[in-house]
Design a protein around this ligand. Structure first.
Ligand code: SF4
Length: 183
């Protein structure tokens, strides 16, 4: 797909987003995160590893998670192996990325600003995607979070469940290993 075509698709997808229920009734539906990922991918890949992060939501951590919470950095995984966050943290570190587990969408926004992140892969459920689109300025150069623009790649969570959730871990691994691509 050409750059112009990808940009047109991106702009149209966000323009028609509020009309999705109507469009669905006439059989037209689309995955807005896939369209946004495709549009932002090249810009994401260009960002140096040190300015990239993976930000995962706390609904992925194991039931008896041994991590402690830091006001500054979120949930500090100690790789107790009850979930796969520890493995992803290690992979991020090996590849020079940063890694965070965030207790909320607002905390994630503050992280981006405090840590000076320029690109991030986020695990996000459909409810948060919808809320984010309604409340966050989304531009052709990235998403504006607390005065800071960031280039996103989104992996949709398996479900909208704040306690026991899942993500496509293999896809996430591939994306880190490919510098952001892999979707
Ligand atoms: S691997 Fe990390 S995030 Fe997962 S349960 Fe253990 S300490 Fe918590």
């Amino acid at each position: 797909m050409t750059r112009d075509c990808s940009r047109f698709k991106f702009i149209s997808a966000f323009f028609f987003f509020p009309m999705r229920p109507l469009l669905a009734r006439i059989g037209l539906s689309y995955d807005i995160s896939a369209i946004a990922n495709a549009y932002y991918r090249e810009a994401f890949e260009r960002v140096p590893a040190a300015d990239k992060a993976v930000i995962l939501p706390q609904c992925l951590v194991g039931e008896k998670c041994k991590a402690r919470f830091s006001k500054e950095d979120g949930i500090l995984c100690v790789n107790c192996k009850q979930c796969r966050c520890g493995e992803i943290r290690a992979l991020c570190e090996e590849n020079g990325w940063r890694f965070f587990i965030s207790p909320s969408a607002n905390f994630s926004k503050r992280l981006v600003s405090r840590k000076g992140l320029r690109a991030a892969i986020g695990g996000v459920c459909d409810v948060e995607i919808e809320k984010g689109i309604r409340s966050t300025p989304i531009t052709l150069r990235g998403v504006r979070l607390k005065q800071k623009k960031i280039v996103p790649q989104v992996i949709r969570m398996a479900r909208c469940d704040c306690l026991n959730n899942d993500i496509d871990w293999e896809l996430l691994r591939r994306m880190i290993l490919n510098g952001g691509g892999g979707l």
